[in-house]
Design a protein around this ligand. Structure first.
Ligand code: HEC
Length: 118
């Protein structure tokens, strides 16, 4: 019985993260790549990569809840005041708001980012 509960727990947990990855693919990956590797042409980047971005957000918002709140707030209505990366705005211009994304979808992206990148 304990094993079953444990299994279900682990399963539902990784499911939420996996879902977050799908949501990222759908809404964010056209601009944000996951991470830089040796084949990446830095000049071709359209937006900060997710790994560097997560690190930068965590510098300001270390807890999962505040991380999620920041993301929710920024995606709905980006502004320089909310930004954790002013040089990003200087380089690419302010990001446009993401329309038609649900709070659940944002929460799952936040979880995926928070867990996946240091
Ligand atoms: C049309 C291109 C585009 C899409 C799609 C996009 N972004 Fe961005 N994003 C940018 C650009 C350009 C920046 C850098 C400028 C800035 O910080 O506003 C940025 C910056 C950010 C930042 C840093 C904001 C800050 O504090 O300055 C976060 C967080 C972010 N994006 C998350 C996301 C997530 C999550 C998604 C998907 C739900 C997404 N973005 C979709 C272009 C995009």
């Amino acid at each position: 019985m304990v094993l079953i509960v444990l299994f279900l727990f682990i399963f539902s947990f990784s499911y939420a993260e996996e879902y977050g990855y799908q949501v990222y693919k759908q809404y964010c990956s056209s601009c944000h790549i996951e991470k830089i590797d040796e084949t990446t042409d830095n000049l071709s980047l359209k937006a900060p990569p997710m790994d560097a971005l997560t690190r930068q957000i965590k510098y300001f918002y270390r807890k999962k809840d505040s991380f999620t709140d920041y993301l929710e707030d920024f995606l709905k209505e980006p502004s320089p005041e909310k930004s954790v990366c002013k040089p990003c705005i200087d380089r690419w211009g302010l990001m446009s708001p993401i329309k038609n994304i649900s709070p659940e979808e944002i929460q799952s992206i936040a979880l995926w980012m928070f867990k996946n990148f240091r």
